[in-house]
Design a protein around this ligand. Structure first.
Ligand code: ZN
Ligand code: ZN
Length: 342
């Protein structure tokens, strides 16, 4: 099969197109012919990870996969040849640890993430264990289906499951990349009063169009005064923060007494100084949403199939142009996902 491998930790310059042997499914593995694979910031970060400890060799990136079932291991269940499928972000979870048995398999100690510990979807074929796939509803095409598992499913996790958003609650979503823009749609569909913050004035109209009641454009990253103004001085009930340390103090100042702060990634790599009193005295909760469980993938597929959430795809590009796609993501030159098509 043709595949793109990340040979050296030098980002786009380290990506090469090669021929690899076709993978053969064993045990509960399903062989999927990749029809579409999203380019995630996580792939971009992994492609620059020095040392490469724990990463699969050869390293084929890509965990946002949709395709067709073309082969089944002898113990694979629930799928037939020809099924259209979408992946969670993982190739394997153990299925029997406490986390796996309580809907928290995204924290399974034995998990293998696609494109990290297992070969991913920047290839014509990929192996995924049966319990990390879902059938793609007929309303959803491969390109949109590829990105339901990561940005849409993780946004669902953050807003609905971890955040516990209830109708009429006020929710602030920070950072309008893939996670943030889908979180806006999910929060609106759930009945929340949705405030979106972005540094980019050009995104304002789009954010209103996809469901934000209020858009705060703060090019200097200081959005908390705007959030207070939009909530009669109170602050929001929930923040879903997709940005990280650099804005944590603005996040903290934006939330009301007893509010929840949902952390869903850190793209800033910035240390935070905080006083426990500033959290405890105001009754704040710090929660974390880590990727997408199988149930959350099915929940997200339902929302997309019903037209309540639209996966935001910037463009498709041929698999062979993966390096160019990575350069565009690194330059922040895309609105929505780039999806590679083998
Ligand atoms: Zn992703
Ligand atoms: Zn497990």
């Amino acid at each position: 099969m043709r595949a793109i491998i990340s040979r050296e930790p030098t980002g786009p310059d380290g990506l090469f197109a090669v021929d690899l042997p076709d993978p053969v499914p064993t045990k509960r593995q399903v062989l999927v012919r990749v029809r579409a694979c999203g380019v995630c910031r996580r792939d971009v970060l992994v492609s620059r990870t020095a040392g490469r400890r724990g990463l699969h060799d050869p390293l084929v990136l890509g965990h946002e996969i949709a395709g067709d079932v073309v082969g089944l291991g002898p113990e694979a269940r629930g799928f037939a040849i020809g099924d259209r499928v979408a992946s969670t972000q993982r190739e394997y979870v153990c299925g029997c640890c406490t986390k796996c048995r309580t809907d928290r398999e995204t924290l399974c100690a034995d998990l293998r993430f696609l494109g990290q510990q297992a070969m991913g979807g920047y290839a014509e074929l990929v192996l995924v264990n049966d319990d990390n796939l879902a059938v793609l509803p007929p309303e959803i095409d491969y390109v949109q289906g590829a990105i339901v598992g990561c940005p849409v499913g993780t946004a669902f996790n953050a807003v609905c499951d971890t955040g516990g958003l209830r109708p009429s609650e006020r929710i602030l979503i920070t950072g309008m990349g893939g996670l943030g823009s889908h979180a806006v749609q999910i929060a609106r569909a759930t009945g929340g009063y949705v405030i979106a913050s972005t540094r980019t004035p050009a995104k304002e109209a789009m954010l209103r169009e996809i469901g934000a009641h209020v858009v705060i454009v703060a090019e200097d990253g200081k959005f908390s005064a705007g959030v207070r103004a939009a909530t009669q001085g109170e602050g929001v009930d929930i923040v879903v923060d997709t940005v990280g340390g650099a804005i944590f103090n603005e996040v903290r100042k934006s939330v009301t007494f007893g509010g929840r702060i949902v952390l869903v990634g850190d793209v800033t790599d910035t240390k935070v100084e905080l006083t426990i009193a500033g959290i405890y005295r105001r009754g704040l909760e710090l929660r974390s949403a880590v990727s997408t469980s199988r149930r959350q993938l099915r929940n997200a597929l339902r929302l997309v199939a019903d037209g309540k959430v639209r996966p935001l795809v910037d463009r498709t590009m041929p698999l062979a142009e993966a390096a160019a796609a990575h350069r565009m993501v690194e330059a922040n030159a895309v609105a929505g996902r780039i999806v590679l098509v083998p």
